[in-house]
Write a protein that binds this ligand. Structure first.
Ligand code: NAD
Length: 264
């Protein structure tokens, strides 16, 4: 199988770093025209430059917009127009005991992790259906299925994404459009690496030791027994975005290193 996305225009939200950047890179390497997104001009410019450096000749541009807000999405859409591939990647996480999660936190997580994908899909799905080709992918999490007790609000948003993507897939029946979710497990993105670096410093141990301890204590069912790389997650997403994945629709696809103890 040779994935060729030449002629496809792809939007990846929250793609200046982490899993989003790796997805953008994977799509660009496969020939897609890629639009990166982040909240700050500097970050977006730096990510475009980094991608061009790693993938000479890539067709990549960037749009600065805070996609956690309706205004940010409207600004983004005014600049971008059309897309064949939409990857709803951006997401925030923050461990917090349930009793300390204020109403404002719940609403912020919902706006950022859920409504960003809702608003973007509402704009792009009708155009994809009209063209009879398109791919929408929601980057959910194994936390959608194994709700983490240390961040129930995050888990709620990731389960909501599964419901939305399955519901949207129902609208694509008989067309060339697919809507799927991808569920990464613990993955060494910049956000997660920073998180472990801070925890390691607090505990007075090295970051690799902290990561190994996290997997052993908090994700003991992991078959991978380590964090995944962002590229390992991106590979699955690039495949789902390809014409070759045309028979995969309405699915929740796990790249969780086997953390979720379920066959289906
Ligand atoms: P990250 O924090 O490393 O990167 C997130 C990116 O989104 C950054 O570029 C950030 O600037 C951007 N972003 C955040 N809020 C934004 C906003 N309002 N508007 C525009 N951009 C915004 O995160 P990551 O670890 O790469 O995670 C990416 C996705 O994968 C998230 O949805 C996350 O829930 C999911 N995920 C991550 C892991 C993991 O272990 N890393 C596991 C499962 C699922």
């Amino acid at each position: 199988m040779n994935i060729d996305l030449t002629g496809k225009r792809a939007v990846v939200t929250g793609s200046t770093s982490g899993i989003g950047f790796a997805i953008a890179q994977g799509l660009a390497v496969s020939g897609a025209r890629v639009i990166l997104n982040g909240r700050k001009d500097d970050g977006v410019r730096a990510a475009v430059a980094k991608l061009l450096q790693s993938t000479p000749g890539a067709d990549v541009s960037g749009v600065t917009a805070d996609l956690a807000t309706a205004e940010g999405v409207a600004k983004f859409l005014a600049e971008v127009g059309d897309a064949d591939i939409l990857v709803n990647n951006l997401g925030i996480f923050e461990p917090k005991p349930f009793l300390d999660i204020a109403d404002a936190d719940w609403l912020r997580f919902f706006e950022t992790n859920v409504m960003s994908g809702v608003r973007m899909s509402r704009a792009f799905l009708p155009r994809m259906l009209a063209k009879n080709w398109g791919r929408i992918v929601f980057i959910s999490s194994e936390s959608a299925l194994n709700i983490p007790p240390e961040m129930v609000h995050y888990g709620m948003t990731k389960t909501a994404q599964l419901a939305i993507s399955r519901g949207l897939a129902e609208m694509t029946a008989g067309s060339g459009v697919t809507v799927n979710s991808v569920l990464p497990g613990p993955t060494r993105s910049e956000g997660v690496a920073d998180f472990f670096a801070k925890m390691a410093a607090d505990e007075g141990i090295s970051q690799p030791e902290m990561e190994a301890r996290f997997i052993a204590e908090h994700r003991p069912s992991s078959l991978l027994r380590r964090l995944a790389s962002v590229e390992e997650v991106a590979n699955m997403v690039v495949y789902v975005c390809s014409p070759e994945a045309s028979a995969t629709n309405g699915a929740a696809l796990r790249v969780d290193g086997g953390v979720v103890k379920s066959i289906a």
